[in-house]
Design a protein around this ligand. Sequence first.
Ligand SMILES: NC(=O)c1ccc[n+]([C@@H]2O[C@H](COP(=O)([O-])OP(=O)(O)OC[C@H]3O[C@@H](n4cnc5c(N)ncnc54)[C@H](O)[C@@H]3O)[C@@H](O)[C@H]2O)c1
Length: 330
Amino acid sequence: MARVVVTGGAGFLGSHLVEELLARSHAVVAVDDLFRGKQKHLNDCKGSPDFHFLKGDCADLAVLRKAAELIDGVDVIYHLAAVNGTRWFHERADMVIDVNVNTTIAALALAEENTCRLVFASSPEALGVVDEQPMGVSMDSRFEDAALHQRHSYGASKYIGEVLIQHAVRTKDMDCRIVRPFNAYGGRCPSNEYGQVISIFMDAAVTGRPIKVHGDGSQTRSFTWVGDVTEAFLLAGLTDTSIEDDSRLAGAVWNIGWPEETSIAELAEMVMEISGNEVGIEHNKGYPGDSDRRCPDISTAEQQLGWRPWTDLREGLLKTWQAIDMRING
Ligand SMILES: NC(=O)c1ccc[n+]([C@@H]2O[C@H](COP(=O)([O-])OP(=O)(O)OC[C@H]3O[C@@H](n4cnc5c(N)ncnc54)[C@H](O)[C@@H]3O)[C@@H](O)[C@H]2O)c1
């Protein structure tokens, strides 16, 4: 049994991860300031004697130390706390950078104090503007002129997070690893204007409003079912050495995503078909700096962790729709 701290544990990915860790008999503390996460996401965990929730700011090392005390020390930290959601990147670039960098510094300090493993939830956005697809794990990061827009507040904060992680691996011999999820979706994903595309589209279908597509909708993403992403996080934190050659995994980076692209226009059509609501599509300008394409090369995760996603977009959208239906009707 591992003792695990999950920062951002009441969020979308964090709450699914906490549930799965408990299902596998680990002791877990979810720490979250509830900026975007919700305590009700963890309702199913409440009955478990191995579950703890701590409300607090993960940039505060004292809060993280308290979390570790609740389970008598820590073996693995999953650092997921961050400000996520495209609208925030533009409206509150200052807050995005502050929270994402300072929570990572605090999580690393806790890992160092406890000589434990740390898994950092980074993002493909840490690479900024990418011309080549699929995206490998090792590419140069390139960001547009900050005077044009502040979209890259998020990507740059994740890039700085990766620099901090690699620095800790290199100079302190720490066992830190990096996961880059590609557009995870599923139940509990926020659907308001600060949320993510699939939930926003589903919300439009549920409430009978037209789906708003940025630009002509030809931009692509790799959409990855939350259950597959959660499995990748579990493997990233609980696998001791590479299954390929038994090498150390400190400093490893894994792209975690469905290895095929879907355009946003296609996604909108699929959501209407699955929901049975032909609400129609409205095109708008969208946000500056959005990437045209995003598709992962997942070979490193396959080789080192034995991870591959198994839920295609249609199946995942059906499950997401059922989760929404249960929330509304059941
Ligand atoms: N969902 C995706 O597709 C995706 C893709 C790439 C990377 N990520 C990364 O994975 C992680 C989880 O993403 P998510 O989609 O679950 O987002 P989320 O917003 O649902 O989860 C982040 C959680 O962190 C909490 N939080 C924010 N600031 C905090 C602070 N100072 N102290 C404590 N808690 C704080 C929020 O309340 C929220 O519950 C994030 O680091 C995100 O950047 C997610």
